[in-house]
Every structure is written in structure tokens, then in C-alpha cells.
Design a protein around this ligand. Structure first.
Ligand code: SF4
Ligand code: SF4
Length: 429
């Protein structure tokens, strides 16, 4: 895959000016020193090497032959959430692609036999042998499915459940189907659903991720669905951004639309076709998952050339993170009777990662916990009862960190609150 080689992003590495926009939240958005850092890795490890700035210098050293992929370099490359916050910060002032440097650094590490990390290789083995990231028996895959769910054989909407909601946070899958059934929305499920391949891509295993993409794309074609619906931010970004990226195509050329459940419901809400009848009395804040927010913009490949001052021919489209799925979850939460919604200081494209992203949860659990605790403290400072997200991996990260706080806060997935209000079912404690 020539288009996903580090060389393609040499210009970006060369032109990093060391301004540290990738580290700090812009002063006009920062609410104070406590929550002014955007890079979890720099915040945890303090040295510039653990920021986008340091990793771009590392990339340049590898490309120019002045550095090698040593064990320390591998550690620096993978001790990063691939959360994209640096990319947003950098692009406020410059037209650089730091996130693509970070992603292709991992691909380079794997190509040179220095990656993936052992914990990532273990997950990859489970995906290749068991088709899910947990290595669970495929017979258990539909254990979450309640009798009476109205699954069609064929439908325009394919609900892609994902590994986490199939095996771990199965409540999310049940709540999603409860909502669809309650609203009379027709949907189908894949008979043999496989992992979306996100863990393969973030580990730098681009060829394995491409194989996984091709298998999943063939399945969607088989069922003839027009919409791939998911309640998982990682699956969402994989289908919408990484599949076209791996195939060097535009998102718009993929032949299907990817929707998060919040998008589908927010569309109905805006047309006046959705009313939430039951109250959910709670003061909450919403955490923007990286993969549903700043990382979720359409992929548009660029295969051009640069002239003086880096001018691109043809013009390059930059994904700046401002067009993510931000409005929809907020519109839905505000439509729930009884909900009081507070904004976090770092919100939308400036949101801090939950700590789980980029394979950090598997490889560096102490770092994931550190970041999740910091993010929860930010929520606790808003004096909320609960933090709400739209991704099962945020749920995992926050739920493992919350009991370690002096004043734990509740953690919910948004589809649960929506299902509670729509169907009148009881709120999980
Ligand atoms: S990566 Fe971008 S924001 Fe960070 S120091 Fe370099 S130029 Fe500045
Ligand atoms: S992707 Fe996230 S963790 Fe990695 S360097 Fe950028 S801001 Fe830091």
C-alpha cells in the first residue's frame, strides 16, 4: 500500500515548526490551566518526545536515516492514543497532517518487524482465528439477542454490532435493537459478523486491516444494505474513514452510508418524527468520543504533488475535525425530559480522549487509567451525576476509572438513556 507509507507524509514531518499547537488547547477555548492540555501522551509522560511534535521529529529521523527503530522509538510510537487531538490543534494554524504521520509510523514499525506490540499481536491473533478481538467462541456472538427482536432477513439498514457490544457491553446492542423495534425501523444483522478490523489498523497492520475490510465489505454487498448502522464510535470511524483510506478511495465512493445510532435518531428528531416521553432526571455531561467526533470526517484521498511553499496540485482537502458528529448527541440529550446537560471545558474537536484509544488500553493500561481519571475529574468539576458517551470503549475506560475517584460519577452510553426514555424501561444503576 504505497499510499500509506511514511514517505507520503515526509513534507508534514519536515515542516513541523515546533509551535506546540498539538499540545495545548487554544487559549480562546481553554478554561484554565487544569484542562488546557490536548495531548494525553504529553500530559502523562511530560517530554516532547511523547507529543506529535516529538513523533514528527522521530519520523523525520527515520526517513533521513539519522535514527533507527530502536525499542525506545517503538515505545514512543505506540504510547499514543491516536486520538487526533494534535491534528486538530496543528491544523488551526498550518496545513499539516500529523495524525497520518503517527499512523504511518506504526505501519513502518510493522513493516520493519519492530511492531506490533505483543499485546496488539495477541488481539490480532484472536481476530484472525476467532473473528473477534476477545477470542470468544463465535457461538456466543448472538447471546445478547433477546427473543422477539424483529430482525429482518433483508433491510436497508444493517446494524453492525461490533465486538465490544456483542461480547462485553451487550446492553448497548440490546438497547439499540429496543429503540429500532420500538420505532418500527426495519434492520438486519450479519449472520457471521467479524471484527471491523480497527485493532489491526491502529496496531500498524495495514495489510491485515485491508483483508478484514474486504471481507466485511463483501458481506454488506451480499445483504444489499445501504446503511451500516453502529452504536460504536470505533466501528463507525473504521467503516467511514479507514476502509476508504485503506482502499485509497473517497468515503462517498464506498456505496453505503455509515450512521451512528445518534445520527439516525437525530435525523428523525429534526423532522418531528421522534418524541421522548419518559423523563430521565439527571444532570449529565457529554464526552465526545474521538472516533465519532474529530476523526469521523469523510476520507478524501490526495495523490498529488507539491510545488514552492508546499502548494498542493491538485488542492488537498484537509480534515480539520470541526465537522464531526457533535450536534446530534447533544440534540438528543436535550430532547430527553429531565436531562440537564453541562458542557465540558474540552468539548467537540477539543475533547480529551477517554484513554482507551490507539491500543493504549491493551498495551499500557496504567496510561489509559491515568487519562480516564483526568477526564472524569474534568466532568466531576462540572458537578454532574453522570458522564455520557457514545462508544463502548469510552464506557470501559471510564467505568474502570470512576471507582478510583474520591467522588465516583456514573457512566452511561447514550443509547441506554435514549432507550430508557423511549421505552420506559428502567435505568441501569
Ligand atoms: S505538529 Fe504542528 S502543532 Fe505540533 S509543533 Fe509541529 S507544527 Fe506545531
Ligand atoms: S494522537 Fe493524541 S496522544 Fe497521540 S500525539 Fe496526538 S494528541 Fe497526543
Amino acid at each position: 500500500m504505497e499510499h500509506l507509507q511514511l514517505e507520503q507524509y515526509k513534507w508534514d514531518a519536515e515542516n513541523c515548526c515546533g509551535c506546540k499547537g498539538c499540545v495545548w488547547v487554544d487559549p480562546i477555548y481553554a478554561s484554565g490551566l487544569n484542562y488546557a492540555v490536548r495531548c494525553p501522551s504529553l500530559f502523562r509522560y511530560k517530554f516532547d518526545a511523547y507529543s506529535a511534535l516529538g513523533r514528527l521529529k522521530l519520523a523525520l529521523g527515520l526517513l533521513e536515516g539519522s535514527l533507527n527503530i530502536t525499542p525506545t522509538a517503538v515505545d514512543i510510537i505506540y504510547r499514543c492514543n491516536l486520538c487526533g487531538a494534535c491534528d486538530v490543534g496543528c491544523k488551526r494554524n498550518l496545513d499539516l497532517d500529523p495524525l497520518m504521520v503517527l499512523e504511518t509510523l506504526r505501519i513502518r514499525a510493522v513493516d520493519q518487524g519492530a511492531g506490533p506490540l505483543p499485546s496488539h499481536a495477541e488481539v490480532a491473533k484472536k481476530i484472525l482465528h476467532h473473528h473477534n478481538r476477545y477470542g470468544r467462541d463465535k457461538g456466543e456472538k448472538r447471546a445478547w439477542l433477546l427473543e422477539g427482536s424483529r430482525v429482518s432477513k433483508k433491510a436497508d439498514i444493517l446494524y453492525f454490532v461490533g465486538c465490544n457490544s456483542s461480547y462485553k457491553n451487550t446492553q448497548i446492542a440490546r438497547d439499540t435493537l429496543a429503540i429500532l423495534d420500538h420505532l418500527g425501523i426495519s434492520y438486519t444483522l450479519l449472520e457471521q459478523e467479524s471484527c471491523c478490523g480497527h485493532p489491526l489498523y491502529y496496531a500498524g497492520m495495514a495489510s491485515a486491516a485491508l483483508d478484514q475490510a474486504k471481507q466485511n465489505l463483501a458481506k454488506v454487498e451480499d445483504v444489499g444494505a445501504r446503511i451500516v448502522l453502529t452504536s460504536c464510535a470505533e466501528c463507525y470511524k473504521t467503516w467511514k474513514v479507514d476502509y476508504p483510506k485503506l482502499l485509497n478511495k473517497k468515503t462517498q465512493e464506498m456505496g453505503y452510508r455509515v450512521m451512528h445510532t445518534v445520527e439516525l435518531l437525530a435525523e428523525m428528531l429534526s423532522k418531528g418524527n421522534l418524541i421522548f416521553p419518559n423523563p430521565v432526571n439527571m444532570r449529565v455531561t457529554y464526552h465526545d468520543p474521538c472516533n465519532l467526533g474529530r476523526m469521523s470526517e469523510d476520507w478524501i484521498p490526495w495523490n498529488g504533488t507539491r510545488s514552492t511553499w508546499g502548494i498542493t496540485k491538485p488542492p488537498k482537502h484537509y480534515r480539520r475535525g470541526t465537522q464531526g458528529i457533535y450536534r446530534q448527541p447533544r440534540d438528543l440529550l436535550l430532547a430527553l425530559p429531565g436531562i440537564e446537560l453541562m458542557e465540558l471545558p474540552r468539548a467537540r474537536e477539543n475533547a480529551l480522549c477517554c484513554g482507551a484509544g490507539g491500543g493504549v488500553m491493551e498495551a499500557y493500561p496504567d496510561f489509559a487509567l491515568f487519562t480516564a481519571r483526568h477526564r472524569l475529574q474534568e466532568a466531576a468539576d462540572m458537578d454532574v451525576e453522570a458522564i455520557v458517551s457514545a462508544c463502548p470503549y469510552c464506557l470501559d475506560s471510564f467505568r474502570s476509572a470512576s471507582p478510583t475517584l474520591n467522588r465516583p460519577i456514573k457512566v452511561y452510553d447514550i443509547v441506554h438513556l435514549l432507550a430508557v426514555s423511549l421505552t420506559g424501561k428502567e435505568l441501569d444503576s
